[in-house]
Design a protein around this ligand. Structure first.
Ligand code: GLN
Length: 483
């Protein structure tokens, strides 16, 4: 059953070939036998999953099932789940049980999806390799010595190893697209505001966006359909109507104008990854798309700009974890200050502390204009680059990440190299645009991703363009050995 896509599973459930209870039991069995080595789940909510599966089976029998009813999914452990631990990959929240569901979780639940559990992640979504998690690194199903990417590495590994039919993730600077690329799956980061952030633990509020990790664009369309749309509980969620994503998946793409930014194919790009990306672009040429070279001149400023904006926002967001109301509290505090200091000192890991320090420094009196304000101005220039590009092209294509998956431990002592893993994804968050990573040809036996960037709220176009590639090629069907 785990070979099937969400669309195929949905058809099988409706036709009575198997029940959701059987399907969920099958996936729980796979998690039990495989995940000890991968470490992709922090929590498996077995009893709840079986209850939800029974409810789904009743709904299917009554004939009012939707396309996600009974489908087993996993949520990144950054989304609050009522009654189930939400750790955000941190010791700080190791004891935290949220009293409510994130909007994304409740919408998928209302659509009938079954939650198998919560996936491992970099601590507070800060990382590109899943090595900053309090629960230990996640391993890449393609090769256990390699990282799965991050920060949604648990979700990416679980989907890639077929431990769930699809998963959710969040992307602040690349955390859906980069692990999707490194694990050989499809990762969609929607337009900022497309999916509600309510109940999604905040890292950098002006950049964070929830999205999907799936085996195909078609599956991503099904999940996004249920997740997207205005939420009165999130003041930054967009009041844009949600189109029918499945309806336009097959649309003809001849005449599509593809822009290839010259800055995305220069120094730092692994030549094998570059060739794999160009092989996908050639497929599009064969489908009648036109390809032009474009320029995004401020690309080199994206990573430094992000590493002012994101830490600044995180230093403010993470000030709520003080040991007072929830989360980790140190033993026997001597006084209030001691409690704050030791609770935060013990609760947060090294990368989170590094970001809080950078952010607090950048926001301190006298430095605000020099750093945060400056970064916001450059952010505008980066958005303008995209605006100009989209006057000439319909979509922008390039690599998702400069290399394939790297070894566990290889970049942990070198934060700058680690930060450069997101060189092609970060600008998209700074501009608030949607992007999708789809698997292209394997490079030395390892997955590589093609990134497709669209204009604001053009998720339907991205899914259409990605789906057409997945109809023409079988790169997305490659599965790690033994999975
Ligand atoms: N890797 C980037 C970081 O470490 C992006 C993380 C993310 O998108 N959540 O901040």
């Amino acid at each position: 059953m785990h070979e099937k896509s969400i669309a195929q599973l949905s058809a099988g459930l409706k036709a009575g070939e198997f029940s959701s209870t059987e399907l969920v039991g099958h996936y729980l069995g796979r998690i039990e036998s495989t995940d000890e080595s991968l470490n992709s789940f922090v929590t498996v909510s077995r009893d709840l999953a079986l209850q939800q599966a029974e409810a789904a089976d009743r709904r299917i029998r009554k004939g009012n099932a939707g396309p996600l009813t009974g489908i087993p999914v996993a949520h990144k452990d950054i989304f609050c789940t009522d009654g189930v631990k939400t750790s955000c990959g941190s010791r700080m929240l190791d004891n935290f049980i949220a009293p409510y569901d994130a909007t994304l979780v409740s919408r998928l639940g209302d659509a009938g999806a079954v939650m198998l559990g919560k996936t491992n992640m970099d601590e507070f979504a800060m990382g590109s390799s899943n090595e900053t998690s309090y629960y230990g690194p996640v391993r890449n199903p393609w090769d256990a010595d390699l990282v799965p990417g991050g920060s949604s590495g648990g979700s990416a590994a679980a989907v890639s190893a077929r431990l769930c039919a699809g998963a959710t993730g969040t992307d602040t600077g690349g955390s859906i697209r980069q692990p999707a690329a490194l694990c050989g799956i499809t990762g969609l980061k929607p337009t900022y505001g497309r999916v509600s952030r309510y109940g999604m633990i905040a890292f950098a509020s002006s950049l964070d966006q929830g999205g999907t990790l799936t085996r195909s664009a078609e599956d991503a369309a099904l999940l996004l359909q249920a997740m997207a749309g205005f939420d009165p509980r999130d003041s930054t969620s967009a009041e844009e109507p949600v189109p029918d994503y499945a309806a336009t998946l097959e649309a003809d793409i001849s005449g599509l104008r593809i822009g290839l930014p010259k800055e995305y194919f220069g120094e730092g790009l692994d030549p094998g990854v570059g060739d794999a990306v160009l092989a996908a672009v050639d497929e599009y040429r064969g489908m009648g798309a036109g390809v032009v070279e474009i320029s995004l001149p401020n690309t080199r400023l994206a990573v430094p700009t992000y590493y002012v904006v994101a830490p600044a926002e995180c230093s403010s967001n993470l000030s709520r974890f003080d040991g007072v109301r929830f989360g980790h509290r140190c033993e026997a505090p001597k006084n209030l200050e001691d409690m704050y200091m030791r609770s935060r000192g013990e609760g947060f890991g090294a990368e989170v502390k590094r970001r809080i320090l950078i952010g607090t420094y950048a926001l301190s009196a006298g430095y605000y204009d020099a750093y945060y304000l400056k970064a916001q101005q450059i952010r505008q220039l980066i958005s303008d680059d995209f605006r100009q590009a989209f006057a000439k092209v319909d979509v922008i294509m390039g690599p998702t990440s400069p290399t394939t998956a790297f070894a566990i431990g290889e970049r942990t002592d070198d934060p700058v190299t680690m930060y450069l893993s997101d060189i092609y994804t970060i600008a998209v968050n700074l501009a608030g645009l949607p992007g999708i990573s789809v698997p292209t040809a394997l490079v030395g036996g390892k997955p590589a991703g093609l990134q497709i960037i669209g204009n604001y709220f053009q998720e339907a176009k991205l899914l259409n363009v990605a789906h057409r590639l997945q109809q023409a090629t079988d790169w997305h069907l490659a599965v790690p050995e033994g999975m």
